[in-house]
Design a protein around this ligand. Structure first.
Ligand SMILES: Nc1ncnc2c1ncn2[C@@H]1O[C@H](COP(=O)(O)OP(=O)(O)O)[C@@H](O)[C@H]1O
Ligand SMILES: [Mg+2]
Length: 356
């Protein structure tokens, strides 16, 4: 038996999504192979070992369970795991593999990955550098441009620079990108802080909405396309899985359409041509490699409605793992069931730790 640690929650606008993802992941960990430990990070950034039922994660029921004890991951490799602050003293628990089921800031962005590197614990998903690069949409876009991966025309700006002369920046954006334009916080997720602007007034509002989430904003030309997503699984020999499509219930795939509006639809496989599917898979693997991904990622694209051109949107290094999430569904469609997937991810974590 191995000791597996699942980290959930986190100081992130996607905290609540993580609770649901993690409870699904835990339910699917092969129990005959792993003892499961759960480490929760509250939205205020407090860390607790949770020793109750994983069903109590959603809606923060775990916090009132009476089954939480202060605990941390030790960066000290001699500890090799977590330290639990029991009433009668510190207890060390050795961890063989960790799955940080954290979305967005302070978890999907290389921070927790950095701690896990220090601790020497093998962990699921991309390493520190790759997580950080994929989290920041300006960095992702820059690297994609360098690699010649097609994507929307874009620009980025730091809040302080924007504030110095907003009018000048807006004119530059209008000239270079035109309308409609998407404005996003460089570092966020689940569409938080993202808006579509169609004129000068709404662009100004969109800028301030984005700056509430991050001090860097990314502006992108609007792509009139179908939204498709490709699951990639593996380390050096990563494979592109099936390609799925999203039909957002709202004007675009905003937070409400993602998690609250049941009429957003998923199609697996995507309703695009076989050639387009192959192109999506080819570019997904290319982006995965360029961004230095390992373990898993979901690579998202648009396929333009007029010319059928495949354009990169973003890479999610810790995509949703809820029961309705695209990533596990795409793997399942490619023949890898949820439990087998989790087991495979744990294997890939150990394999990468050993240098593959
Ligand atoms: N350039 C764009 N053109 C058209 N729609 C876009 C564009 N960028 C984002 N969107 C829409 O906004 C949604 C969220 O944007 P995305 O970059 O994927 O951010 P997040 O990391 O929050 O998921 C996308 O799923 C899509 O519906
Ligand atoms: Mg997205």
């Amino acid at each position: 038996m191995k000791n597996a640690l699942v980290i959930f929650g986190g100081v992130s606008s996607e905290h609540s999504v993580s609770l649901v993802s993690a409870s699904n992941v835990i339910a699917n960990i092969p129990k005959e192979k792993y003892n499961i430990y759960m480490l929760g990070i509250t939205s205020d950034g407090e860390w607790y070992l949770f020793e109750g039922s994983p069903e109590l994660l959603p809606n923060e029921k775990w916090l009132e369970s009476g089954k939480i004890t202060k605990a941390v991951i030790s960066p000290d490799r001699a500890d090799g795991g977590i330290i639990v602050f029991r009433a009668d003293g510190a207890e060390r628990i050795k961890i063989d593999v960790c799955f940080p089921v954290l979305h967005g800031a302070n978890g999907e962005d290389g921070t927790v990955q950095g701690l896990l590197e220090l601790s020497g614990i093998p962990y699921v998903g991309c390493d520190t550098l790759s997580s950080a690069c994929c989290m920041d949409k300006a960095v992702t876009n820059t690297l994609a441009d360098c690699a010649g991966i097609p994507q929307a025309k874009w620009m980025s700006v730091i809040k302080e620079d924007y504030k110095e002369n907003p009018e000048e920046f807006i004119l530059k954006a209008e000239e270079y990108l035109g309308y409609p334009v998407f404005v996003k916080p460089a570092n966020a997720g689940s569409s938080v802080g993202i808006s579509k602007a169609s004129d000068r007034e709404s662009l100004k509002t969109a800028m301030s909405v984005a700056f509430k989430e991050d001090r860097k904003a990314v502006l992108e030309q609007f792509v009139d396309g179908y939204e498709v997503e490709c699951a990639v699984l593996g380390n050096r020999g990563a494979r592109a899985m099936s390609v799925g499509q999203i039909k957002p219930a709202n004007e675009f795939y905003d937070f409400q359409a993602k998690y609250e509006n049941a009429s957003s639809e998923l199609y697996i496989p995507a309703h695009i041509t076989d050639e387009q599917i192959s192109e999506v898979q080819r570019l997904a693997l290319k982006a995965y490699k360029v961004l230095g991904c390992s373990g898993l990622s979901r690579v998202d694209f648009f396929v333009t409605k007029d010319a059928g051109k495949v354009m990169l949107n973003e890479i999610n290094t810790l995509p949703g793992f809820t029961s309705i999430s695209m990533y596990p569904k795409l793997c399942e469609h490619s023949g890898i069931g949820y439990s087998e997937l989790i087991d495979k991810l744990f294997e890939l974590a150990t394999e990468r730790k050993n240098g593959n």
